[in-house]
Design a protein around this ligand. Structure first.
Ligand code: ADP
Length: 481
């Protein structure tokens, strides 16, 4: 294939060759005649394919042009890339390439879609989508398998058939409110399992997908099986209730143990009030009535009456089955109250009571009734450990390392040596009438307040129980009511 061309020519007149001039022209390429002078060659480069006619004329020495000249016809064949079929092939190949790329992309997207679909279909959770008005338009395979409702039956609001009738109104209401407000929502609801007709708890979560203008285009939801967690929660709640009931029973039985001493506690101010009332009557019956003394006797009646009422109030706080509540309490005050209640019991068991309470202990956020119970348990235990031989118990309080520290120390029988670690276990007791609940409950009360309760054996005789409470209230909720 030629692109560069050289054409040689000459004149038949050889007389004076130097005087012969030429002009040539390539039709199809040159517009005008080219003056070649005496040159006998014409050069062409980059000739495109096609038919050409080369014409050359000469003039003699006198300047007369021979108009006839000579011609040369030739054809330059196109290069293969210049042929039509080649160009057509290129277009075809390009289209094929585009189509191939398109098919490849489609396949790739299909594969990706399948992968995503497989994930959505097989995740062990219900996945679904709904239209902006809340009507369900897609559910995954797990839903169909679990509920036994076909996709068609589930669409729109068909899914409601699988919801527990007791949960349905509230769930529909919450879902409707969420669709109306455009807010995501979360709700616990029971769905019926087709296999055994059992309802299990699910946590449903729904979020909206919005377009760039903020308009909701779709709702996406998942519902996860939380039955096991729910069961554990119920079990915990049941245990908590049981513990609370036991705590109450324990409190009441503790009170039963104290009945004798309390009888004495209450009878004493009442007897004193009666005596004062009698003397008041006598002073009034006097001739003339001694009003000053009668007034003094009457104010004593008032004092003793109030004292009896106070004791009854305190006892009542032990009976009351009130929910746990935190308030600012003065723990030294609580210790004093319990000591007052146990005074008679201690005297009867020949137990002397000593207190070393730090002044200015800060008040802390705590449950008053629960702390009363802890100190009541510790002090009653101390007295009981000394019932046979008598002795002395000391209650201490101090502020140390940012927490309140208490100890109840006795000179009694001492902790059961081989079972030291068991005394805080529920139902562990070495007493014939014991419940074994006192220390277990006291420890859980301490922990629920962020504190600790433990025991040590004294060097000489008896045992010491240590109890700490943080000054800052903790977040943990009380375990015991
Ligand atoms: P209970 O008093 O009904 O037996 P507790 O849980 O209060 O139940 O106590 C469990 C056990 O711990 C008691 O039976 C006793 O053996 C032991 N214990 C508790 N306090 C003392 C103490 N101060 N001295 C010796 N042993 C004690």
């Amino acid at each position: 294939m030629t692109r560069d061309l050289q054409i040689g020519y000459t004149s038949p007149s050889f007389l004076i060759p130097q005087k012969v001039k030429f002009r040539y022209r390539l039709d199809g390429h040159d517009r005008d005649w080219q003056d070649a002078g005496t040159r006998r060659e014409a050069f062409y480069t980059e000739l495109g394919p096609g038919k050409y006619r080369f014409r050359v004329i000469a003039c003699n020495s006198s300047g007369v042009w021979n108009e006839q000249g000579a011609t040369l016809d030739f054809v330059i064949a196109p290069a293969y890339w210049q042929t039509k079929w080649f160009r057509a092939m290129c277009v075809v190949a390009f289209l094929a390439l585009v189509y191939g790329a398109y098919r490849f992309r489609v396949r790739q997207l299909r594969r990706q879609e399948k992968k995503l679909r497989d994930v959505v279909e097989t995740i062990p959770t219900f996945a679904w989508t709904a239209l902006p008005d809340g009507a369900v338009d897609f559910v995954n395979h797990h839903w169909v398998e679990y509920t036994g409702l076909s996709r068609e039956k589930t669409m729109g609001s068909g899914w409601e058939a699988a919801v527990h009738p007791a949960d349905l109104p509230r769930y529909v209401e919450r879902r409707g409110a969420s669709v109306a407000s455009g807010e995501p929502f979360e709700h616990e609801v029971r769905f019926r399992r087709a296999a055994d007709a059992e309802y299990r708890w699910f946590l449903s979560r729904v979020v909206p997908l919005r377009d760039s203008g903020g308009k909701i285009v779709k709702w996406y939801g998942i519902s996860t099986d939380i039955e096991d967690r729910k069961r554990a929660e119920n079990e915990r709640e049941r245990l908590r209730q049981l513990e609370a009931d036991l705590a109450h029973v324990n409190r009441v039985s503790t009170l039963g143990e104290m009945a004798a001493s309390l009888e004495h506690e209450i009878k004493q101010p009442i007897a004193a009030a009666i005596t004062s009332a009698n003397s008041c009557i006598e002073w009034l019956a006097h001739e003339p009535p001694n009003l000053d003394r009668a007034r003094a006797a009457a104010s004593k009646i008032d004092k003793y009456g109030n004292r009896a009422a106070e004791i009854i109030d305190r006892i009542r706080s032990f009976y009351k089955k009130s929910p746990p509540q935190r308030e600012l309490v003065d723990v030294n005050g609580i210790i004093q109250e319990i000591l007052t209640l146990l005074d008679g019991e201690a005297t009867r068991s020949s137990v002397a009571v000593r207190t070393e309470l730090a002044a200015d202990l800060p008040e802390i956020m705590a449950d008053r009734v629960q702390l009363q119970q802890v100190f009541m348990n510790l002090m009653l235990n101390a007295i009981e450990a000394m019932t046979d031989a008598g002795g002395e118990f000391t209650v201490k309080s101090e502020l140390q390392d940012g927490q309140l520290q208490f100890s109840v120390s006795d000179t009694g029988v001492g902790l059961p040596t081989e079972k030291m670690d068991q005394i805080f276990s529920a139902f562990f007791t070495t007493k014939p009438q014991g419940s074994g609940m006192g220390l277990a409950l006291s420890r859980s009360i301490g922990e629920s307040h962020g504190g600790r309760l433990w025991a040590t054996s004294n060097d000489g005789r008896g045992a010491t129980f240590h109890f700490t409470l943080p000054i800052q209230a903790t977040e943990s909720s009380p375990l015991v009511a």
